[in-house]
Design a protein around this ligand. Structure first.
Ligand code: GCB
Ligand code: CA
Length: 891
């Protein structure tokens, strides 16, 4: 909504009279100094920052510590310092510092004096600085010292208190110096000072209201004209509105301009037609322009219906899209606009029409991209999981809601203002106690206040509360009755076992809240982009299970008219520092990885949502498996398409033609060793095609056959999955029992943590000092041998171990709704490892290398004869274990 013009500094040296005056915004992202921690004494213009870290914005101080093996991440104070240089011509301007976002309490000092403070990490704020500036020099730029004290400590009075994402600290969005005239559009709440309203829109006419506030900070009464021009997408002025105002000194003045635009181009996801409104303040006495602002405008009308769902411009539209966190690998939340914009492009390229900007307002560039690309948006404030029953918390929550609305009001993409995510999931106080009952009353009361202020501020959008899947709780406390739309975050087939529970839940809402429109505001399943399986299991974190999960949900969302839409959790994998599992610190429910590589579920949605023809062969170009007697490995491979029929070709030969169902067709491909060239085709004369070359590590059927030489084998014990490691170009295959001529374990059993843990095998704890957690989290216990009938030669055998039993009884994640805390006790064990009868590791035990939850691996070069390789495990105390083994033939 802000026109992000950065007017070149040199312009301001020219005579003001010659140029149209507008508010100048100049970003000041470079040349900052940063100090992690508090500083001694008060900040002063002379505070020595020469030893501080040199950084530029956007910046977060949690880029590494939220991903390391040390639990927790820095939550505390950080200081920033920067010199800003102000030109003489700005002497009589209103100057301020505009922060797009800094998490979460910011104190801004100018030349050593506190100029302003802001609470809340996800909204913009504007700090007027004139009073604190040094006197302007006559003919040179004047240096002023800016310091920011920022604190991301937990604060019981500031939302969010608790959530499944990392509360990264830092000035993580752009910062600007803003220079405006004494008479200018008002910037209260860091908003643009103009609200564009379209109270009634039809194909025949769009009613337009421009409501604005002008500030006269000068000492003089000023007569002005406000001229607003509505400009269409071709740059043509469609209409012009003019109003006259008399501004007495030192006051604010509201104005309203009304106009009707006949036959407006409508805005929709398919045709996101944008107008913009240019508003100017002209001094009537001399014709000089005092300010100018440009605001986006889209004409559309919409409504939600509890039975029929969502309607846009009179047409039923199913809202289908994703949630989105601001997070990128190695950058934390300090992501440049280009990534914000590209994420919306990726969403559009998936065929989506909806985004839930959760759990907090995000950068303007996200919504600008939504406006342009036609993505309908819900934006929300971060009152996640619980509230604090203090006046201060309520004030902060309400203030954030006002900031969110004020700062984002004009985006035509926005249809919903939301607040309070899953706020009854971890209520305070003893379950069922009187205190807790009171807590729920206070909670509902706060919700009512936020809801009514939202409806008052903006009756044109809907309010929404996204709730977790405990219908009765939100129904009984009355919270579900408060907003205009209820959002449900539903994880049937993930945290809750059966998929069919979804159908029952949706029907229940429809029956019990028959007048409340509903959106599935979250649904998703974790997938580590490296993990694959042909034997899918809930919680296995494979990309295939993720596809299966989404197949179920998408079908229901499309089918049930009363479900207005669904938002996948999440567009991307994102950091949630306290998570462990296959990829510690990362919630992997993304359709894209944290560095935006598509998983198969993304292709699944493309195939189901895109209108233009689409055909794509899976995502993995590296695979492995055992050869059968014909020296091939038949393995499933999925092609994603929106065409009715697809053909798959292997190395130039047609394999099969298959009907596409739910956007996919799964073939069985007889992979050969090495390169396999795949081609998928569809349409008239095979006009659409996609290619992929798969590099297949074919493990010989007979390891000893010189015709099919053995090269390498990587096995994850106690595991049913494959781990494909593109970086090292290696595939780990699941364990198998030994059979003559081949490879595998002899004896033992799969490690499990008992029935309460998520996956029926392995551990879900972070394994320290490795990124290959899934390999170490799974294990075979009590095995006798691991054998390979390989030919004579020199080999490198690498054994991987991690003790998976611990005394750590820390609670499970709150989202693991049906999992109680797992009682565990560490076992003691000690064992020798022998290769072909020779002891290569002696007395491996918990008192030496085998530390709980820590990766231990050792590489053992061996020369073997005709006997092949037998790795034997001899228990001394307890049972021997093996988590993974790699065997590579050297020669
Ligand atoms: C939820 C939360 C979201 C979590 C998600 C999950 O219900 O709203 O913040 O990240 O579940 O993945 O568990
Ligand atoms: Ca393993």
């Amino acid at each position: 909504m802000f026109k992000k013009t950065t007017v070149a500094l040199t312009l301001s040296f020219c005579s003001a009279l010659l140029f149209a005056q507008t508010t100048i915004k100049q970003s000041i992202n470079t040349s900052w100094a940063f100090h992690k921690g508090d500083i001694a004494g008060l900040p002063a213009a002379t505070t020595d920052a020469s030893a501080w870290q040199k950084i530029s914005l956007p910046h977060s101080w949690n880029t590494t510590d939220a991903n390391d093996d040390e639990p927790g991440y820095y939550r505390g104070i950080g200081w920033y310092k920067k010199t800003i240089y102000l030109p003489t011509q700005w002497k009589n301007k209103q100057l301020s510092l505009f922060f797009e976002g800094a998490n979460q309490v910011a104190e801004v000092y100018v030349n050593g004096k506190l100029a302003g403070k802001h609470i809340g990490g996800y909204t913009a704020f504007n700090i007027p600085v004139n009073t604190y500036l040094k006197p302007f020099a006559k003919d040179s730029l004047t240096a002023n010292e800016v310091m920011v004290k920022l604190d991301n400590s937990h604060n019981e009075d500031i939302p969010p208190l608790d959530a499944d994402f990392t509360f990264y600290g830092g000035i993580y969005r752009d910062v600007y110096v803003v220079a405006s005239n004494q008479v200018a559009f008002d910037s209260e709440l860091a908003s643009p000072g103009i609200r564009i309203k379209t109270p009634s829109v039809s194909a025949q006419k769009g009613e337009l209201l421009i409501e604005g506030t002008i500030n006269n900070l000068s000492a003089n009464k000023t007569k002005v004209k406000v001229i607003s021009e509505v400009v269409d997408a071709d740059g043509k002025v469609v209409t012009k509105i003019q109003s006259a105002l008399v501004l007495t000194a030192g006051n604010k003045f509201a104005f309203i301009q009304k106009q009707t635009v006949p036959n407006p181009h409508l805005w929709s996801p398919d045709a996101p037609y944008l107008y913009h409104v240019v508003s100017k303040i002209m001094d009537t006495s001399n014709g000089q322009q005092l300010d100018e602002t440009s605001t986006v405008l889209g004409f559309r009308w919409f409504s939600f219906d509890a039975d029929k769902g969502f309607f846009l411009n009179g047409n039923a539209v199913k809202l289908i899209g994703t949630n989105r966190h601001q997070d990128f690998q190695g950058m934390a939340n300090a992501i440049p606009d280009a990534i914000n914009i590209h994420d919306v492009e990726l969403l559009k390229a998936m065929g989506a029409n909806f985004i839930r900007i959760a759990h907090y307002p995000q950068d303007q560039s996200v919504l600008e991209a939504c406006d342009k690309l036609g993505i309908l948006a819900s934006v929300e404030t971060p009152d996640v999981n619980r509230i604090t029953e203090t006046a201060a918390f309520a004030e902060d929550a309400k203030h954030m809601q006002l900031e969110m609305i004020g700062q984002n009001y004009n985006h035509p993409s926005i249809i919903i203002w939301a607040y309070m995510n899953e706020v009854e999931i971890v209520p305070r106080y003893k379950w069922g106690s009187d205190e807790q009952k009171k807590y729920f009353v206070n909670l509902v009361n706060l919700a009512k206040q936020i809801d009514s202020l939202t409806r008052k501020e903006d009756p044109s959008r809907y309010t929404m509360i996204p709730c977790h899947g405990d219908f009765d709780r939100y129904y009984n406390t009355g919270l579900a009755a408060v907003p205009q739309i209820v959002g449900w975050n539903l994880y049937y087939g993930w945290y809750i076992k059966d998929f069919a529970g979804l159908d029952k839940f949706l029907e229940k809402h429809h029956q019990m809240l028959p007048t409340k429109p509903m959106i599935i505001t979250e649904y998703g399943a974790d997938a580590d982009s490296r993990l694959h399986s042909f034997d899918l299991q809930r919680f296995d974190k494979t990309v295939e299970y993720e596809v299966k999960y989404h197949q179920y949900y998408l079908e229901r969302i499309k089918k049930l008219p009363f479900v207005a839409g669904g938002a996948i959790w999440n567009l991307i994998d994102f950091n949630a520092e306290m998570r462990q599992e296959a990829t510690p610190h990362i919630n992997t429910k993304g359709l894209l990885t944290n560095d935006r590589q598509p998983k198969e579920a993304y292709l699944f949605y493309q195939a189901n949502l895109l209108k233009q023809s689409f055909i794509k062969i899976g995502t993995s170009t590296l695979k492995a498996g055992n050869a059968n007697g014909n020296n091939v490995c038949p393995q499933p491979l999925t092609v994603y398409s929106n065409q009715p029929q697809v053909k798959l070709w292997l190395n130039g030969k047609l394999l099969e033609s298959k009907a596409v169902q739910d956007g996919l067709a799964t073939f069985t491909v007889p992979f050969v060793s090495g390169k396999n060239t795949l081609k998928a085709t569809a349409g008239e004369g095979d006009s659409q095609e996609d290619f992929m070359t798969v590099d297949f590590n074919l493990i010989p059927h007979d390891l000893n056959n010189p015709q099919t030489p053995f090269t390498e084998l990587n096995v994850s014990l106690g595991d049913k999955r494959q781990l494909v490691d593109d970086k090292l170009h290696q595939v780990w295959v699941p364990e198998q029992a030994y059979a003559k001529g081949s490879w595998g374990y002899v004896g033992g059993e799969v490690f499990t943590l008992g029935q309460n843990v998520q996956l029926p095998y392995g551990s879900n704890k972070n394994i320290l000092e490795t990124n290959y957690d899934p390999i170490y989290q799974t294990q075979r216990v009590g095995l006798n041998d691991f054998k390979l009938d390989v030919p004579a030669g020199k080999y490198e055998v690498t054994l991987h171990f991690a003790e998976l039993t611990t005394n750590d009884n820390s609670p499970q994640l709150v989202y693991n709704l049906n999992n109680s805390t797992q009682k565990q006790t560490a076992v003691t064990r000690s064992f020798d490892v022998l290769i072909n009868g020779q002891t290569v590791i002696e007395g491996l035990s918990n008192s030496n290398y085998l530390e709980p939850l820590k990766a231990y691996s050792t590489k053992l070069p061996v020369t073997v004869g005709a006997e092949g390789i037998t790795i034997s495990f001899k228990a001394i105390t307890g049972q021997a274990i093996l988590n993974a083994v790699q065997v590579r033939k050297v020669y």
